[in-house]
Every structure is written in structure tokens, then in C-alpha cells.
Design a protein around this ligand. Structure first.
Ligand SMILES: CC(C)(COP(=O)(O)OP(=O)(O)OC[C@H]1O[C@@H](n2cnc3c(N)ncnc32)[C@H](O)[C@@H]1OP(=O)(O)O)[C@@H](O)C(=O)NCCC(=O)NCCS
Length: 372
């Protein structure tokens, strides 16, 4: 018997069971397999959290070294992927390039059409390993620059950032980027993770589930918000202009990117607080101080006017900026970081599968005769 209660946007609906993560709003904690995500971000590195997500426990020092070695060995991307990316049209959004690359990667995997669960470990490692190489190089291809090569001597975060910017980050930059990747790594059941497990529930392949997740995460109501935030912060130019800028937008009933959240609603996104602290540590030049002041003013105005708190994307955007990351890469990097969480959910779905197939409330015309 179908439950015909309709919840637009599935708001408040429990759609699945998971042992991976939970937004414990009451205790303002993001639980990742029993750990607080923010404590993980400040005490272990992104690879440890990826290991926790995929292998269900934090790695020992030896396991960490082996995991890192294993990923470094699997970073090679088939050169045909670069050829495909070079053929894309002049209006290519980098999330479209990423979607295409992941989809194309499937065609080089001999295990892609097998029983998903049998080949999952290999696929998970390949995808996690190749994501930084793909993300950095799809940007270089679009900019007609030479491809970057990974440096296995660097940490996952330092290598990822170095492949984008072309220079080795200093320890603060490396830590900031690592923490950014970590806070983006997993967040329960956002639209993209839901999309991925819905696809996986048909026993379609891992690449397909991830490709669907890229399309979801591109949207400005989801991952695309971080790019929109940076464009907005740049338009404001000075802290003095931030308030009139926001008031004018609010008067037009416009949504301000980087504020609000379906789950957190009327409380701070704990990840935004961490990013705000990082931003404060990263600022050094007068221009960077001004950017920081713009952010603070924006936060105060939105709280006063709408009672809304910043979400992760609001403070991640200026952190990216200070790390020298081009705006167009903000959302692809978010996706690259989220790959660990997505793959954990896809695997969990395969292990405890039940096909997603909800019903609708029909509001179309009643049954009528076909005119003869
Ligand atoms: C994330 C988001 C989609 C969640 O939205 P939601 O749960 O569907 O909430 P609603 O759209 O129902 O919004 C509830 C109220 O808050 C307002 N609101 C929510 N986010 C807002 C924002 N960013 N700017 C201005 N008003 C906002 C809505 O206008 C609405 O007000 P109303 O009741 O007076 O009409 C929404 O907050 C948003 O669009 N944020 C901007 C995009 C963003 O930063 N996304 C990244 C999320 S991590």
C-alpha cells in the first residue's frame, strides 16, 4: 500500500539507511563513521578520511602509506581522455568536461559491465586516484596549456594544488587545501549523493552513478554555489559596498549564494566556521584583508536581514581564491573531494540494494475517451 503523503523536494523524508555519515543538527556535528568531521579535518589528512569512508576505519601509519602509494600508482589517465576533452565545444563548463571525462573513463575499464560489487575496490581506487589529474588537466586543456604531471612525493592535497597552480604550496596552503578537501569529502545525502545511489540502485555501473552526481552537483543550488559566491564577492569590491549590494539584491528577491541550507536552515554550517578560521589565517595583503572584511560584512547583513547563516560554499570560495585556484575549478574540486564520500555511498547501495522506485501524486486530467 503506497503512502501518498507528498513532501515536495522530499524535505524531511528519510530516504535511506547509512552507516557512513549523519548531519546531527541537534549537536551541530557532522558525524562520519562515528567521528566529528571537523575534528577529522584538523587532526588527520584528506587521505585518512577517504580511507575511513571507503575502508570503514582510519588507517594506521602503514595503511596510510600503502593507500597513498597505491593511489599514486593508479593516477595515470588514458591519453584518449585528453583527446576527447580537446574536442569539446567553446562553451564548455568545467563540470561538463568532468562529467564527460568520468563517463569516458568507463570505456577504458574492462570491468565496467561486470557485477558492480565484484570490481568495486579497483574502480574506487582508480577513480579516487585519477580525480586530481583529471580536474587539473581539463582546466589546462581548456586554457591551451601543457598537461600537468602528478608528483608522487607530495601529499594528495599538495599534489592536487600544485597540479592546478603550477607551484608547490607552502605548509599553510597545503593544510588549508587539505582541510578544504576534507570538509567537502562527505555530507550525508545531498542531491548529488542521492542521485548517485538512485542510479546505483538499478545496478548500473560506478562511473554512471558518479557521472549523474556530477550533473547534480553542477547546479547553483548545490555545488555550483561556490563559484557564484566568488563572482559575487568580486562584484562587491569593497566591504563598504557589500551592504548596499546585498540589500539591493534582497530587495529584488534574489537568492544570495552561499547562504541557507536545507538541513541547517537557521543555524551555522559547522564547515563554514572552519573555513572562516582558515581564511583569517590565509589573509596577508591589504587586498586579501578587504576580501575578508567583505565576507564578514556579508555574513552580518544576511543574518540581520534574513536570519540566514553562511554555508560552506560562502567561506570556501575566498579560501580557494587565496590559494590561487581559478574560479571555474571551485565546483570540480568540490566534486573531486566528494568522490570519496560518493564512492562509499555507491558501494553501500550495492551491498544493501533496494531499487529506488517511488510513486507520484497524479494531478493531471482524469481518464477520458480517445477521440476516434
Ligand atoms: C540551499 C537552498 C537551496 C536551501 O533551500 P530550501 O531548503 O529549499 O529553502 P527555501 O528555498 O524554502 O528557503 C526558505 C526561505 O529562506 C529564503 N532563502 C533561503 N536561502 C536564501 C538565500 N540564499 N538568499 C536569500 N533568501 C534565501 C527563501 O527565500 C525562503 O524565504 P521565504 O520563506 O520568505 O520565501 C537555499 O538556501 C539557497 O538557494 N541557497 C543559495 C544557494 C547555495 O548557497 N547553495 C549551497 C548549499 S550548500
Amino acid at each position: 500500500m503506497a503512502d501518498d503523503t507528498y513532501h515536495p523536494g522530499l524535505e524531511g523524508v528519510t530516504a535511506t539507511e547509512t552507516a557512513i555519515s549523519y548531519l546531527d543538527v541537534e549537536h551541530e556535528t557532522i558525524l562520519i563513521r562515528g567521528y566529528d568531521l571537523l575534528k577529522l579535518a584538523t587532526s588527520v589528512d584528506y587521505l585518512s578520511v577517504a580511507h575511513l569512508l571507503l575502508e570503514e576505519r582510519l588507517p594506521s601509519a602503514d595503511e596510510h602509506a600503502a593507500f597513498r602509494r597505491n593511489l599514486a600508482e593508479q593516477q595515470a589517465v588514458p591519453p584518449q581522455i585528453w583527446t576527447i576533452l580537446r574536442q569539446l565545444g567553446p562553451h564548455t563548463h568545467l563540470m561538463d568536461a568532468l562529467r564527460t571525462a568520468i563517463s569516458a573513463l568507463a570505456t577504458f575499464d574492462p570491468t565496467v559491465s561486470g557485477v558492480p560489487a565484484d570490481h568495486l575496490d579497483g574502480q574506487l581506487r582508480t577513480l579516487l586516484a585519477s580525480m586530481p589529474v583529471i580536474v587539473a588537466n581539463m582546466y589546462h586543456i581548456r586554457e591551451n596549456r601543457p598537461l600537468a604531471t602528478p608528483d608522487p612525493a607530495l601529499s594528495y592535497a599538495a599534489n592536487f594544488l600544485a597540479m592546478i597552480t603550477g607551484h608547490r604550496p607552502n605548509p599553510l596552503q597545503e593544510r588549508a587545501f587539505d582541510q578544504l578537501l576534507t570538509v567537502y569529502s562527505e555530507h550525508e545525502l545531498p542531491n548529488s549523493t542521492f542521485a548517485a545511489i538512485v542510479i546505483a540502485s538499478t545496478l548500473s555501473d560506478t562511473y554512471g552513478a558518479l557521472t549523474g552526481a556530477v550533473a547534480s552537483l553542477k547546479g547553483p543550488l548545490h555545488g555550483g554555489a561556490n563559484e557564484a559566491v566568488m563572482r559575487m564577492l568580486r562584484e562587491m569590491q569593497t566591504a563598504e559596498q557589500a551592504e548596499p549590494y546585498l540589500l539591493a539584491k534582497l530587495a529584488q528577491k534574489e537568492r544570495i549564494m552561499g547562504f541557507g541550507h536545507r538541513v541547517y536552515m537557521k543555524q551555522a554550517d559547522p564547515r563554514a566556521v572552519l573555513m572562516k578560521n582558515l581564511l583569517a589565517q590565509l589573509v596577508s595583503s591589504p587586498q586579501e584583508h578587504e576580501l575578508y572584511q567583505i565576507c564578514l560584512t556579508g555574513e552580518a547583513v544576511m543574518l540581520r536581514e534574513k536570519g540566514l547563516y553562511p554555508n560552506l560554499d560562502y567561506y570556501a570560495a575566498p579560501v580557494y581564491d587565496l590559494l590561487g585556484v581559478p574560479i571555474d575549478l571551485y565546483t570540480p574540486i568540490f566534486f573531486a573531494a566528494r568522490t570519496a564520500g560518493l564512492l562509499a555511498h555507491i558501494r553501500e547501495q550495492y551491498r544493501h540494494n533496494r531499487l529506488f522506485r517511488p510513486r507520484v501524486r497524479y494531478i493531471g486530467p482524469a481518464l477520458g475517451d480517445v477521440a476516434s
